[in-house]
Write a protein that binds this ligand. Structure first.
Ligand code: SAM
Length: 379
């Protein structure tokens, strides 16, 4: 990929390499990090080289042309955290890339839309649905709503306006996505301002890899389930799934995703990982479990799937996962994964290990490890 902003825009930190070279560079670093753990048959899954991000956020930067006309640009941080004006971005999806200049020229012509506008976000599905969020330093009023509605209709997108203590949804705050997993369509809604995997094509590879390599039997326990990205796709392979997550919005979305796919064997409960460990160890009673008709004792769990945020597992969760025969660990941070792996190593061996290039041209890489218990001792 050739980008005119490589070496200037701080978003892509591995800019002096081809796609294949940047991946090789990252894998070499991870091979050293995981040297005593990495199985010989570890796998690496590539990303598309361009247009792979279905989510993006930019600053909106105002300046004046030489002849004193107002100019509006998208901007990213440069390596000194100063604004770098950009006219395009090659890592965002083709839909986002094509929409960017159209939006800008429309907004620039309209004082109501452009006044005190300082940021924006895109959320796109692979089927072409788009949410565009405009972020302001002003109160949004009925005039703004009228102008934004015109823009929504003109460009056939969904618009959201955000300002301090204000969120205006003109039509919906979600998009519909369909992931084709092993030749079967699974429907999802992705909510604005909620977690979703940014690199949709790599996400599909991750889900398919788990289905291919994990032992899919009995019941599954899932922590950090978000809106059910893995949960929906794994549901046909397990008898029952209990999935938990800290975010109320994500749990509500996951429940909608179950309905969309007519899935009946998933129970979703809003519990942090720490709360789940308390419930599992019967240290605390949770009405939320009762209200969702969940009795943890009725599950015959063999597997636990965890996809924690960058910090990795906390001490209690690290202990509790060791009650399961199989741990499917998805990580976006190899540093915290390495720390967790060190403590799991005593009781578990690594059955499968794969890297997925979710974050091409950055030093980050997504990893999935499938652990299996070394013996039948429960912790
Ligand atoms: C990396 S995301 C994964 C979400 C989901 N598995 C997916 O693929 O879309 C991590 C998720 O963990 C949730 N989370 C963060 N801290 C948590 C905690 N302490 N307990 C439970 N969930 C938490 C976040 O809300 C987020 O949805």
């Amino acid at each position: 990929m050739n980008c005119e902003y490589f070496g200037k825009c701080a978003s892509c930190t591995l800019y002096d390499k081809t796609y294949k070279e940047q991946l090789e560079y990252k894998i070499d670093i991870e091979k050293i990090r995981f040297k005593q753990y990495l199985p010989l048959n570890f796998e690496v899954y590539e990303s598309e080289e361009e247009n792979f991000r279905y989510k993006a956020e930019f600053r909106l930067w105002k300046s004046f042309t030489d002849d004193n006309k107002l100019k509006l640009s998208y901007a990213m941080n440069d390596f000194d955290k100063k604004a770098l004006e950009i006219s395009t971005c090659h890592i965002v999806s083709t839909d986002i890339k094509e929409l960017m200049p159209k939006l800008l020229s429309y907004i620039l012509q309209d004082d109501i839309l452009s006044f005190k506008l300082y940021g924006c976000e895109f959320l796109n599905s692979t089927k072409g649905e788009m949410i565009f969020t405009l972020i302001y330093h002003k109160k949004l009023d009925t005039l703004w709503i009228k102008k934004a509605k015109d823009l929504e209709l003109k460009l056939n997108i969904k618009i959201i306006g955000r300002s301090k203590k204000q969120k205006i949804i003109l039509s919906d705050d979600y998009i519909n996505e369909v992931l084709n997993i092993n030749a079967k369509d699974i429907k999802y809604i992705y909510k604005e301002n909620s977690f979703s995997q940014a690199n949709t094509k790599v996400n599909i590879k991750m889900i398919e890899w788990i289905i291919k390599n994990a032992t899919l039997s009995n019941d599954l326990c899932e922590l950090y389930c978000g809106s059910g990205n893995f949960t929906m796709a794994l549901s046909p392979y397990f008898r029952k799934i209990l999935a938990t997550e800290i975010s109320k919005t994500s749990i509500q979305t996951a429940k909608i995703n179950c309905k969309l796919n007519d899935i009946k064997n998933i129970k979703l409960v809003r519990l942090s990982a720490q709360e789940f460990t308390q419930a599992y160890k019967k240290e605390r009673f949770f009405r939320r479990l009762k209200d969702n008709n969940v009795n943890i004792d009725e599950y015959d769990f063999s597997s636990i799937l965890v996809d924690p945020p960058r910090a990795g597992l906390d001490e209690c969760t690290r202990q509790i996962v060791q009650n399961f025969e199989q741990i499917i660990y998805i990580s976006c941070n190899t540093l915290s994964l390495y720390e967790d792996l060190k403590s799991l190593d005593k009781n578990y061996y690594i059955k499968h290990f794969a890297f997925f290039d979710q974050f091409a041209y950055t030093k980050h890489i997504e990893t999935i490890i499938i652990f299996e218990k070394r013996n039948n001792t429960l912790i």
